[in-house]
Design a protein around this ligand. Structure first.
Ligand code: NAD
Ligand code: MG
Length: 362
């Protein structure tokens, strides 16, 4: 009685005769456009005239134009520009050019859910959100597999939104791994909560606090780095393969006992209460409002925090240690990424930031 949807449950013909515009050619855009095209869909990529990705898209054999022209030609328009850029791209280039009965799609629910994009009535609105970075969406497809995805239909004006959204998901390979139905609200709220409380915010704060506790107590920073950051991957890999029990089975009994007695002291009632408050701020829109206002103002707080965090002790120690571990394929954000956007910020730095979005995902 699986709720998941697989290729056999999907009518791939729902996209027959349709043109799909993929707007943006970054982490997700490149993967979607190439997978769709190889699955037999007619694809047009919509990019800014000065886009540095256009050449790469053409080399991949794709038809490239600007976002407005791509939208005019298309029955399905997938918006794969950064979520903060999507409202202006949508209002200036997409909405005025949407065909009647077009299906407007997203890979994340943020703008529809928080109302920063509000498509006109006759337009279908759907979502396919791969649960993995773009390079995996591409690599697994090439190997005959796929990344699982969430799908949702926000509005079905034509009666074909569901079939077309599912056919799209299958064409990028998600039907090989499993597609789970959700709503724009559920996807947006859980995605924001997960990245804030656990995956990004929770983990980075935990690692940093553990590292600083050891260093402040006089232990060697290199040792503290190995202990609190380097080893984390080994633990996470075990959890990924076999859940918490398999990880606990694989570690020593001493480590497992310490896990049970000390873990709940770290993530205690206060932390759980704070998680609930964070979830409430996501649900009531106050996080979105703060982030949208920050973006509208040139994101000074965001840039300041990015710079401060990038210059922290654990980052300095870690960069040096990783530079001796070539087998890790050490990576770093491009020069200029931590520029705080005030005096001295250059267009080159801004371009490096945009390029970094791709690099980081790989
Ligand atoms: P990205 O930053 O990798 O790529 C964005 C692309 O849009 C780039 O080609 C960039 O040049 C282009 N672009 C930027 N500003 C533009 C503008 N003003 N006009 C036209 N094009 C512009 O973005 P991404 O990570 O692929 O994210 C795209 C969508 O996919 C977002 O909705 C995101 O939430 C969602 N998503 C991303 C991931 C992921 O792993 N990266 C996973 C699931 C969902
Ligand atoms: Mg996510």
């Amino acid at each position: 009685m699986t709720k998941l949807i697989y290729d056999a449950d999907i009518d791939g013909a729902a996209l027959d005769g349709q043109t799909v515009a993929v707007i943006g050619y970054g982490s997700q855009g490149e993967a979607h456009a190439r997978n769709l095209s190889e699955s037999g869909a007619t694809v047009v990529v919509g990019l800014r005239p000065d886009s540095t990705s256009a050449e790469r898209a053409r080399e991949a054999g794709l038809n490239v134009t600007d976002a407005a022209s791509a939208t005019k030609e298309a029955n399905v328009v997938m918006v794969l520009v950064p979520d903060t850029a999507a409202p202006s791209v949508y209002h200036n280039e997409i909405e005025p050019n949407l065909q009647d009965g077009a299906l407007l799609m997203f890979a994340h629910g943020f703008n529809i859910h928080f109302g920063t994009i509000d498509p006109p009535g006759g337009i279908d609105v759907g979502m396919v959100a791969p649960k993995g970075p773009g390079h995996l969406v591409r690599r697994l497809y090439e190997g005959g597999g796929g990344v699982p995805a969430l799908f949702a239909v926000h509005r079905d004006a034509t009666g074909t939104a569901r079939a077309r959204t599912l056919a799209y998901a299958a064409a990028i390979g998600a039907g090989k791994a499993g597609i789970l139905e959700t709503t724009f609200a559920e996807e947006t709220e859980t995605d924001l909560f997960g990245e804030q409380a656990v995956l990004c915010g929770g983990v980075t704060s935990l690692v940093t606090a553990g590292f600083e506790t050891l260093v402040d107590a006089g232990y060697q920073p290199e040792l503290a780095y190995f202990e609190t950051m380097h080893e984390l991957k080994l633990i996470v890999d075990l959890m990924y393969q076999g859940g918490l029990a398999y990880m606990r089975y694989s570690i020593s009994d001493t480590a497992e006992y310490g896990d049970y007695v000390s873990g709940p002291r770290i993530v205690d009632e206060r932390v759980r209460a704070e998680m609930k408050r964070i979830l409430t701020e996501i649900q009531d829109g106050s996080f979105a409002k703060r982030w949208i206002a920050e973006g509208a103002d040139g994101a000074p707080e965001f840039r300041r925090m990015r710079g401060e965090n990038a210059r922290s002790r654990i980052e300095e120690v870690g960069a040096e240690l990783r530079s001796h571990m070539a087998f890790l394929n050490p990576r770093s954000a491009p020069d200029g990424w931590t520029d705080d956007g005030r005096a001295g910020s250059t267009p080159e730095a801004a371009a490096a930031t945009a390029a970094g979005a791709r690099e980081r995902a790989e």
